[in-house]
Design a protein around this ligand. Structure first.
Ligand SMILES: [Zn+2]
Length: 597
């Protein structure tokens, strides 16, 4: 597989590949564009043709063609490989196990796609779908939207779908694996779980239909039928990571840097149809970690347009705690008492919806305000109720500053003081606080100041060498310093730099161990950012090397002085003398260095 990756890389030029998605402009030795991964007005997204890599100086995203495609299309490596292989005209050699799993998943998606097509045809073009179509359009859904979302209708009798799908030659077991079909108890055939329902295909964020949701029509007489049903969990459908509409909304979410979150299909579709495209729907009121991680790729701001009494809902509370721990900004879109859900608001007054969207409140404010509205602060009971609902939310706020701000606010609102509110809040802490560490910043180990300084200087030195006209020559000239580097990963790079006398940077990069490559790329781009002429470069190098030497000497002095005090107490005269001589020598060198500065 590795060879095929290389083969693809050799056949494709990163500039051409990225240009297909983001128009690049030549600037100096590089190509630049406004970054597709974060919003910006001046281009800091840089592509190096020489190195066949990219880096954004704004958000830090960097890598090669595979990384680019994975990030841009939100696909995994395997899919990026397939896409780029196609582009490069390389036929991929198949490996057995993964391919078996992959092809089963592909098959299920293919069946779902066929089924969705059938449902959609019935709704739009068949007499059996007439009533459902009337219902849908009466709800304000246009024909275009029906097509965009692939909405369909499943006929009351399962035999139509069974006949259609069996004719395509699929195996019964595979059909059952999709979750749409079951073996009929009454005959030889298959039954369709969604029969007699309006059906919404549920695509994953890439647009692959992984499941369905079905809603009964108002005319349905059978009282035993649930209003909504969904596909069961399957190999391709995991309810916990489903966000309805994300495949259509993701670009708008990224562009707006916010996502409106609603409950249920119609509440997502109506605003989307009216131009509010950065919107997704949950199944229920609670987020899962998977869903939040998906959203985190596109934005850090969530606008909740959920049922307004979600404050009393345990699951909702958990998911707000979870989103807060992942450092989302959580806002609430308040539709007031006028509308029960976004679908209703949009149909009645899209302008109101729009203006409320500009007036979102922080979720904590919303929770406090909603409780103040429904309770009387002048009674003991009212105050207690307010505290009982709001505090479980507030105690879980991750940022101590934000938390104390809201304690203050709450105390003011109920004419109390922050100390008492704080004391009240303690009892809500008894339930174990879960912490979610989701790729966020990890606690940094305390490092000695001089060590982090050395690290920066060593990186600077490498970047000055890599950015030079003839890095190879310069590296050899500075061998003395490169040999002394203390940070292992920089040392590795230095060794590769010194290995060959005449290398190209691309050759160096390709020969580096894979785990070091990203660092090398970063240093390379860093060096490109600080364009300086060769005279300045030499003086910068001199400064850096002298600083490195001075730190190393000071460190050595420290060691020696510790050794001296130890030896003094041990009364080892001879060794003591040796160490003292070295101490003097090192000190002498340090002075020399300071004079030359
Ligand atoms: Zn960027």
């Amino acid at each position: 597989m590795d060879n095929q990756v290389d083969e693809i890389k050799q056949k494709l030029n990163i500039v051409d590949v990225i240009n297909r998605y983001v128009p690049l402009k030549k600037r100096g030795r590089h190509h630049v564009a406004c970054c597709p991964f974060h919003g910006e007005k001046t281009p800091s997204f840089t592509v190096s043709e020489e190195m066949q890599i990219f880096k954004c100086f704004g958000c830090g995203k960097a890598g090669d063609i595979f990384t680019f495609l994975e990030e841009y299309e939100k696909i995994d490596f395997r899919e990026a490989l397939e896409e780029l292989a196609k582009l490069a005209g390389v036929t991929l050699v198949k490996s057995s196990f993964i391919d078996h799993q992959e092809s089963k998943k592909k098959l299920l998606i293919e069946i779902n796609t066929q089924v969705a097509k059938f449902y959609n045809y019935i709704l739009l073009s068949h007499p059996m779908g007439k009533e459902a179509l009337e219902y849908t359009t009466k709800r304000g859904i246009t024909l275009e939207t029906i097509k965009t979302f692939n909405i369909g209708f499943s006929p009351d009798d399962s035999k139509y779908l069974s006949n259609f799908i069996l004719k395509k030659g699929y195996k019964i077991d595979d059909l059952i694996s999709t979750g749409t079909f079951g073996k009929s108890n009454y005959g030889p055939g298959l039954y369709d779980r969604f029969q007699g329902r309006l059906v919404f295909p549920l695509p994953d964020y890439r647009g692959h239909i992984v499941a369905f949701a079905g809603r009964i029509l108002p005319s349905t007489k059978n009282p035993n039928m649930a209003k909504y049903i969904n596909s069961p969990e399957t190999e391709i459908y995991h309810k916990s990571s489903m966000l309805f509409g994300l495949n259509l909304a993701k670009e708008a979410i990224r562009a707006e840097n916010s996502v409106i979150v609603v409950e249920g299909e119609f509440d997502m579709i109506s605003p989307y149809q009216s131009g509010f495209k950065n919107i997704v729907a949950l199944k229920g009121t609670a987020f899962t970690q998977d869903q939040l991680q998906l959203l985190r790729r596109y934005t850090d701001t969530i606008i909740l347009a959920l049922d307004s009494d979600f404050a009393g809902n345990n699951a909702a509370r958990k998911s707000i705690e979870l989103a807060d721990s992942m450092e989302f900004d959580i806002k609430v879109l308040n539709l007031g008492d006028k509308y029960k859900d976004p679908d209703e608001a949009i149909k009645d007054d899209p302008e109101f919806f729009k203006s409320q969207l500009l007036k979102t409140t922080d979720v904590w404010d919303f929770i406090i305000q909603s409780q103040l509205k429904s309770n009387d602060i002048n009674t003991v009971k009212g105050k207690r109720e307010i505290l009982n609902v709001t505090l479980p939310f507030l105690v879980k706020i991750k940022s101590p500053v934000t938390k104390s701000d809201y304690f203050k606010k709450l105390a003011n609102e109920i004419n109390s003081n922050i100390e008492s509110v704080y004391e009240e809040s303690q009892k809500f802490l008894l339930s174990p606080v879960r912490s979610f560490n989701v790729g966020g910043p990890k606690p940094v180990e305390p490092v000695e100041e001089s060590e982090s300084k050395t690290e920066k200087l060593e990186e600077l030195l490498l970047s000055l060498i890599i950015g030079a006209k003839n890095p190879s020559k310069l590296a050899l000239k500075l061998k003395k310093y490169l040999d002394q580097l203390t940070v292992p990963r920089f040392k590795t790079i230095a060794n590769y730099l010194l290995e060959k006398e005449n290398f190209s940077l691309k050759e160096i990069m390709d020969s580096l161990p894979a785990e070091i490559q990203p660092l090398f790329q970063e240093i390379y781009f860093e060096s490109e950012k600080n364009q300086i002429d060769s005279k300045d470069r030499l003086s910068e190098i001199k400064k850096a090397t002298s600083k490195i030497s001075s730190i190393l000497l000071k460190k050595r002095l420290n060691q020696l002085s510790n050794q001296i005090s130890k030896l003094e107490s041990e009364e080892d005269e001879e060794l003591l003398k040796q160490v003292e001589v070295e101490y003097k020598q090192v000190l002498e060198k340090l002075h020399q260095l300071q004079i030359n500065k």
